[in-house]
Structures are given as C-alpha cells and as structure tokens.
Design a protein around this ligand. Sequence first.
Ligand SMILES: [Zn+2]
Length: 393
Amino acid sequence: MDRRTFVRTTGLGALGVVTGCLDPEGVGQEPPRLLPAPQSLSGGGATVAISQWPNSADAAAFISADDLCPVNLGPDYDFGGSWADPQPAGSLGGVVESFVLDLLNAYPGIRFSFNTIAAMRFDPRTNGTLDQAYALPLMSDWTARLRDIQGSHPGFVLGWHGYSHYDPVHQGPGEFFGYDASRTSAVLNKMEDAGRRSGLSFTRAFRPPGWRTTGALLEDLATRGYLLQDSSSMSTFAGVRPGYIRTAGGNWLFRMGVTFQLTAADTFAQGGWFEAHHHMTLPNANTLTDPANRDRIKRFVQRWYPSTEPQIAWLSADEVFRAYSDAAAIQWVGSFSGRKVTIDLLNARAIKPGITWIINSNNANDVEVLAGGVKIKSAVTQRPGVLKVSVID
Ligand SMILES: [Zn+2]
C-alpha cells in the first residue's frame, strides 16, 4: 500500500531518460526499438511524428487499483477477498465489486487494472505480518471467481504487485527494500510461479509493493521485460509519456506511471497516459471503499470516454507497450509538396492497422501514406494546425 512515504532510492544516479535520438554506441545491452524523434519537413514548416497512440488517439487513459487479493480483514480492510463469497446485500466488499463490474459493463472499452499480490502477508493495520500468506494457487474459489470476471470483462486486467508485499527486514509494506539481488530474483520467480499456478491472466505491469524500488529490483524487472508502474514521486519517473529508461546497470526498462502533478486534462494535452489511480483499502486515501472515490471514477469515465477533443485511447499496460513497439518498428520518411504531406514506408511489412502519424503544420491540408509508391488505406482527420493520419484495415 501507498503509505505516502515515498523514499527515493539511492544509487540510481545513472538512470537516464531515453529519447529517439540515442546513439547506441557504447551501450552494453542491446537497445530496443525506440520511438523516433519527429521529422522536420523542409519547405513547409511542418513536423511529422509517428504517434505512440493508435487509431488517431491524442492521449491514453486507464483506471487502476493496487492490492486486489484474496484477503478480507473486515469492511475497511477488504482487499477483494469477499469477491468469492455470496454477498450479503449491501456489504462493502460487494458494493465495491458491483461498482467495478457495473462500470465495465456500462463502458466496455475502458481498462480497469488491478495490481495483485501473489501471496499476501502484509497487514496494513499493524504494519506487520498476517498470520498466514494468502497464496493465489491455494485460494481456488477466489481465483475461479476472478477467472470468471476476466473471461466476461475484457476491460478487467490484472498486473503484479509483489509476492508477499511485506518487507521482513524493515517490517513494512516495501517488500523488495528488504531483499538483495539474489533474494529479489528468487522472490520474483516465486511470484511468477504462483501466478502461473493460479490460472489467472496477467499483464506485464508491475507496481512495486509499498511503491518502493531498489537498484536490484529495477535491473531484474528490466531483464524480465516487466512494465514498471511508477509515480511522479519515484526516481524512475520520466514524464506522462510511457517509454524506456536506462537503469544504472545499463538495462532498458519500459515505464509508465501516475502523475501527482498534472490533471487528466493537462496530461492529455501533453499526449500522455493518465492513470486514475486507487487502492482497495485504507489507510490509502484513494480507496475504492470510499463512495467519494467511486463517484470520482465514474465522473472521470463519463467525462473522457466519449471525448473526441481530445480523443482518448483506453489501454492496459500491455496495450501501451504494444502500441509503442508497433509504432517504433515502422521506418518511414516524410516529405512535403504543395500542401500535401507524404509518408513513405521503408518497411511496409511492419505496418499494422491503427498506426498513426501526427503532422503539425499551418500549411498542410492533406496527407497520404505510401508503400512502394502505392497509397495505403488510411483515415485523415484535421483540426487547426494539426493533421492526423491513421492506417485502417
Ligand atoms: Zn500495495
């Protein structure tokens, strides 16, 4: 849980933000494909950029809640453990569960992502341990219920939130703070094994328990290809646009995270990804057990789900990563003639439906995408100073 004690990890001085103009020389580990910098087109005062958002979206969003797991310690500390029980009408766990499912039913395109603990052992009431670990493979009623929800609600997504959530060295929620590199690796193996045996489907999203990272954890997450879910209070944060950072050890880690500085509207104006972030229980202020927080989520969805200015893509962490990777795989050259921008594909086989380019220009009024000189099917949208073109099936 987020106890609002964000502690910056030391020893991450070499952590770097990566842009498209990176010189890979001297880099130890193989660089992934990075989104290229925008191209400036001569003669037109125009720039063309391939977008990290698909289908002409301007920005992206999702809703999240940390700590969903099979534990129920009473109404204010029900981590979702009651979801497997037949609900007595009006119980708080039932209200939260219904809220989540009703929202997913009413807005099937949203993504509501829950970060789950493989074998929960942390007791937020005491900052100590629970008397047992709630290992997912042993909680078969609960995992069956969640598999059921996953099967019927594509917008219901699970990410990772550690193995026990408990740091046995410092007695608190920041599990990995208590582990050295070899213990970190062993615990991540146990987490993955429990996840596999649960039969649940997980994204590659990983939110550190207690929002506490260490150098060893970041290296391991990068090596395993996890998508770090950080926040603007953590040392890894590199802005509201998801992308790669380099760890102190030279590994590439894809990150995205919560901003505590920008509103949703400001985040969207920057082409960013806004996480409407919550927790399952107290002591966090953003708990789903609070009706005011549930109302806020509902208003957020009502406000942005139908929005066209800006247009919002609802994406899980995996979908964010896929959209970025798909866009970064395209090689292309832009040119400007008359008032028309042309985008020539150099590796047309990499193209996928939804790939989008954004042209900033006051002169351009048309854009086309060519593969070997042949125009490919695309949708163009225009607003003052901005043209967007998106590849369609
Ligand atoms: Zn937590």
